[in-house]
Ligand binder design. Structure first.
Ligand code: DX5
Ligand code: ZN
Length: 218
């Protein structure tokens, strides 16, 4: 059976106590780090110096989600921090194949993200260049939004294409993942689940991670 992964998003953590907040999620699979530039999305979070420091103190591998313009220019520098994976948005990359190859050559897994309104069809040919396809299940920019069911057919189409071509990449979902919604995403074909408010908003983050795993069926 496929291993289901839970990657809590520190967007919902206490940014002034990040080291302690990272310890709270040590039973997760990776820590999801949302980088926003106030251009690609109307919000601003953190950048390279803080990501480098998180990389030094985190007990978990880093799963970086870049919600920034000009990904071709910046994403390789995030890979150079030693992050396990770096995900750029298809809508913000001029040359996604070249960028994915560059990320892999640095030693990071290469991820590409799609906004809820972006179809997957134009990208089916480049799935072989990726380790991860992130299907956004809310409009990127903020935590605490509701899961968009209209993204489920896209997850299914991507999963069919991946299965059909025998590709090894995984589908990640991000946004509105709760005990209620996670099974719908898992049934559609996602195996990596980003959860911000449902983990960090819980009193016991480890229990919330365990409940999400159980609700997803793994
Ligand atoms: C939103 C971010 C998400 C966010 C998810 O743009 O990419 O990672 O933290 O938060 P929740 O799980 O609260 O929807
Ligand atoms: Zn994210």
């Amino acid at each position: 059976m496929t291993h289901l992964r839970i990657n809590p998003s520190i967007l919902s953590a206490d940014f002034v106590n990040l080291q302690a907040e990272l310890q709270r999620i040590s039973t997760a699979d990776a820590v999801h780090v949302d980088v926003m530039d106030n251009h690609f999305v109307p919000n601003l979070t953190l950048g390279l110096p803080i990501v480098r420091r998180i990389q030094e103190v985190s007990p978990l591998p880093l799963d970086i989600h870049l919600m920034i313009e000009d990904a071709d220019r910046w994403a390789p520098q995030y890979a150079e921090t030693g992050a396990a994976s770096v995900t750029f948005h298809a809508e913000a990359a001029a040359a996604p194949v070249k960028l994915a190859r560059e990320l892999r050559s640095i030693g990071a897994k290469a991820g590409m993200a799609l906004r809820p309104a972006s179809p997957v069809e134009p990208y089916l040919d480049l799935l072989g260049e990726l380790d991860l396809l992130l299907v956004m299940t809310v409009e990127p920019g903020f935590g605490g939004q509701s899961f968009l069911d209209l993204t489920l057919p896209k997850i299914r189409r991507a999963a069919d294409a991946i299965r059909g071509a025998g590709l090894p990449l995984v589908i990640q979902v991000d946004g509105g993942i709760t005990e209620e919604t996670i099974l719908r995403a898992a049934d559609a074909g996602a195996t990596v689940f980003v959860a911000g408010s449902s983990v960090y908003g819980a009193e016991d983050a480890a229990a919330a991670i365990a409940s999400l795993r159980a609700a997803a069926g793994g």
